[in-house]
Design a binder for this molecule. Structure first.
Ligand code: 5GP
Length: 178
């Protein structure tokens, strides 16, 4: 399936599943190497990162924990700028090595909000793992240690990411056709 239709928009495959899987496995290897012995807590940011988190975790071979938070800030095809509250951090993060697992860093505002929240929790180390980064859109200076793929500014769906609630189910990533 090279193109899909979601509501009013057509999308074409831009990153095939095999490429995604290869890059996710590479990121997992980097984490295995860097965070061995630290019992990292992976904090997966729902909803968009559910597929990335599941695939990433299958390649993590060091002792670790995983938990899920929610923080929605996006509707339609452009950032609303409205940042909602972070919900679901129930763990004691004191002295923990935490890895935020995000689907995509666009402007970086969502990540900044999350970092602010976690900044008050006396963590030992904080790392960011993002499936995708749009370097051309980044407004915030972020240190993203683990990036699976860097992409252009276009709007994408698939592999966990949605357009208006749909499209999260595809194993490939699709870019909107102009
Ligand atoms: P930021 O705050 O970095 O501008 O946006 C981050 C959030 O916006 C992501 O977690 C994701 O939910 C959403 N987002 C940004 N770019 C895209 C995109 O191209 N496609 C989809 N589906 N969501 C996006």
């Amino acid at each position: 399936m090279n193109t899909i239709q979601i509501k009013d928009k057509t999308f074409a495959v831009s990153i095939p599943a095999a490429v995604i899987q290869r890059e996710v496995a590479r990121v997992a290897e980097e984490i295995n190497r860097d965070l061995a012995g630290k019992n990292p807590l992976f904090l997966s940011v729902l909803n968009g990162s559910f597929m990335f988190t599941a695939d990433l975790m299958k390649h993590i071979t060091i002792p670790c924990e995983v938990s899920f938070v929610k923080l929605a800030s996006y509707q339609g095809v452009s950032s609303t700028g409205t940042i909602k509250e972070v919900i679901g951090i129930n763990e004691d993060l004191t002295n923990r090595t935490v890895v935020i697992v995000e689907d995509i860093v666009d402007t970086g505002l969502t990540m900044q909000r999350l970092l602010e929240t976690l900044g008050t929790r006396s963590l030992k180390e904080l790392h960011i793992a993002s499936l995708l980064v749009k370097p051309g859109k980044l407004k915030i200076d972020l240190n993203i240690a683990y990036v699976a793929m860097r992409i252009p500014n276009d709007f994408i769906v698939g592999y966990g990411l949605d357009y208006d609630g749909q499209g999260r189910n595809y194993p490939d990533i699709y870019t909107v056709c102009e």
